[in-house]
Design a protein around this ligand. Structure first.
Ligand SMILES: *Cc1c(COP(=O)(O)O)cnc(C)c1O
Length: 340
C-alpha cells in the first residue's frame, strides 16, 4: 500500500496556503499577496500548482495532472522523494556506477546509502537488491548515467518484485532511447515513480524543470512538502513555449542520435580505444588504454569531457557528450592526431 510508504508526519502535513490558493481565477486588482504593484515581468508570484505545465505534460505523457509533480530540476524531485518516504537513518539503495546526486541527496538527509553495484554488464544485481529489502527506496537510472544502457521493462518489473519499497526510475535520457519508458508500468505498480527532466533532450538545462510521475497519493504528499513557489514564473513561461515545440525537439534528438552513431564508429577505429559501450543516451562511455592521459590531452586542447575512471566498472573511462556535428568532428580529429 502506497500510504504506508509515506512518512506519517508528511501524511499529516497541512501545506502552506498561498494567497493564490485562497483565490484562483481572474480579478482586476490583486491586493492579496504583498507584491509590488508596479508591473514588471516578474512582479507577481508564479502559479504554485504549475497548472499550465501539468496540463501540457499530461497530454504529452498520457498521464493525469494528479500523477505529476513539477520540480526545480529532477534534483529537487529526488530530494523531495527522499524527504517524503525516508526518515533519518533509513537505508536507500543506489546501484553504482550511476548518477552521483542520489548518494549526495540521501547523505544530506542523513539516510544510509546501501550501494548494490551493477553487474559487469551494467545490469541490476537482483540478489543484492533482495538482500536489502529493508531499504525504503531504490534508485534505478535508465538509460543509466554514465554507462548509457537502458533497463528493460522486464528487469524493472523484477526489481519491483524482489524489492518492496519505492522504486524510482530516473529517465533523464529517455528521449534518446530506443526502448519503452517505464511509464508503461505505472498502472500496475503503485510504488513505481518515474523521473524525467527538460534538461537534456528538451534543451532547458538552464531553466531547471524536472518532474516526477507516480501514484496520485504519493504525488499529493510530496506537493504538500514542497516550497510553494519552487518553479519561478520565467521558467514556467519558457517551459510552456518549449513544450509546444515537440517536433523541433524530436528533430534535434534524431540528429544527436545519428551523431552518436557516427562518433561511436569513429572512436572504435582508434587503437587506444578499448571499448565504446552501447548507449541509449546523448553521451558515450569510452574506455581508453590511457583514460587519464586522454582526459588531460583533450582539456589542454580546450575540450572538456567527464572523467569517470574512478567509478566502479568504469576504469580508464571517459564520458563524452554528443555535441554538434562540428564539435564532434573536432573531437575525433584531435584524437586521431594524438595517436599519429
Ligand atoms: C542530467 C541528469 C538529470 C537532470 O537533472 P536536472 O536537475 O533535471 O537538471 C537527472 N538524472 C540524471 C541521471 C541525469 O544525468
Amino acid at each position: 500500500m502506497i500510504t504506508e510508504l509515506i512518512l506519517p508526519h508528511i501524511r499529516a502535513l497541512t501545506p502552506y496556503s498561498t494567497a493564490r490558493d485562497e483565490f484562483s481565477g481572474e480579478a482586476s486588482i490583486y491586493l492579496d499577496a504583498n507584491e509590488n504593484p508596479f508591473p514588471s515581468r516578474v512582479n507577481r508570484y508564479p502559479d504554485p500548482h504549475h497548472r499550465a505545465i501539468k496540463a501540457r505534460l499530461s497530454e504529452l505523457k498520457r498521464v493525469t495532472p494528479e500523477q505529476l509533480l513539477i520540480a526545480n530540476g529532477s534534483d529537487e524531485a529526488i530530494d523531495l522523494l527522499l524527504r517524503t518516504t525516508c526518515a533519518p537513518g533509513d537505508p536507500v539503495i543506489t546501484m553504482p556506477p550511476t548518477y552521483g546526486m542520489y548518494k549526495v541527496a540521501a547523505a544530506g538527509n542523513n539516510l544510509r546509502v546501501r550501494q548494490v553495484p551493477l553487474t559487469p554488464s551494467f545490469d541490476p544485481d537482483l540478489t543484492g537488491i533482495a538482500a536489502n529489502r529493508d531499504a525504503k527506496l531504490l534508485f534505478a537510472c535508465s538509460p543509466n548515467n554514465p554507462t548509457g544502457n537502458q533497463l528493460s521493462l522486464k528487469i524493472i518489473e523484477e526489481i519491483l518484485t524482489v524489492f518492496p519499497g519505492i522504486v524510482v526510475v530516473d529517465e533523464a535520457y529517455i528521449d534518446f532511447a530506443a526502448g519503452p519508458s517505464a511509464l508503461e508500468l505505472l498502472g500496475r505498480y503503485e510504488r513505481l515513480v518515474v523521473l524525467q527532466t527538460l534538461s537534456k533532450a528538451w534543451g532547458l538545462a538552464g531553466a531547471r524543470l524536472g518532474y516526477a510521475i507516480g501514484h496520485p497519493e504519493l504525488i499529493a504528499a510530496i506537493s504538500r512538502l514542497k516550497a510553494p513557489y519552487n518553479v519561478n514564473s520565467l521558467t514556467q513561461e519558457i517551459v510552456l513555449e518549449r513544450l509546444a515545440q515537440s517536433v523541433a525537439m524530436k528533430t534535434e534528438v534524431s540528429l544527436i542520435v545519428e551523431q552518436r552513431r557516427i562518433v561511436e564508429r569513429a572512436l572504435r577505429e582508434l587503437p587506444n580505444v578499448e571499448n565504446v559501450f552501447p548507449s541509449e543516451a546523448n553521451f558515450l562511455l569510452v574506455r581508453f588504454s590511457d583514460g587519464d592521459a586522454i582526459f588531460e590531452f583533450l582539456k589542454a586542447h580546450g575540450v572538456i569531457v567527464r572523467n569517470r575512471g574512478g567509478e566502479p566498472g568504469c576504469e580508464r573511462c571517459l564520458r563524452v557528450t554528443i555535441g554538434t556535428p562540428q564539435e564532434n568532428e573536432h573531437l575525433i580529429k584531435l584524437l586521431v592526431e594524438k595517436r599519429s
